[in-house]
Design a binder for this molecule. Structure first.
Ligand code: HEC
Length: 95
């Protein structure tokens, strides 16, 4: 924890499937939601971004990109632990 983002982290596929990330996000093009590359570009160098993003992945929340908020984890596929949220955010920010 707290170490820098390693570019090209391996995809945590089981989590991504369980949480249906790719239902709304794509890697390199905006779809229903901003692309993971756009998100990485915006937050990669922001010091406290990953904690905010982990929180948002678990609880969902308000719109930083448009009118649509991200649904909470429970609505996307099930509760998400802090550790799993951390794994997912590190992966997104490495794209
Ligand atoms: C039902 C559609 C949907 C699903 C499923 C979904 N997202 Fe999102 N996500 C969104 C929307 C919409 C936004 C933009 C919210 C905003 O404007 O802040 C977003 C924003 C984000 C952000 C940026 C948050 C911010 O505050 O800027 C991250 C990181 C993210 N999603 C990661 C994920 C990951 C990882 C998964 C799977 C675990 C996932 N999303 C699943 C719709 C979704």
């Amino acid at each position: 924890m707290g170490t820098g983002v390693v570019h090209g982290e391996p995809e945590p596929t089981a989590l991504v499937d369980q949480q249906h990330c790719m239902f709304c996000h794509m890697h390199d093009a905006p779809f229903l939601a901003p692309s993971f590359q756009q998100i990485a570009e915006r937050y990669r160098d922001m010091p406290n971004a990953s904690r905010m993003l982990e929180q948002k992945l678990r609880l969902g929340g308000k719109a930083h990109w448009g009118d649509m908020a991200m649904p909470a984890a429970v609505e996307r596929g099930g509760p998400l632990s802090a550790e799993d949220a951390h794994t997912l955010v590190q992966w997104v920010l490495s794209q």
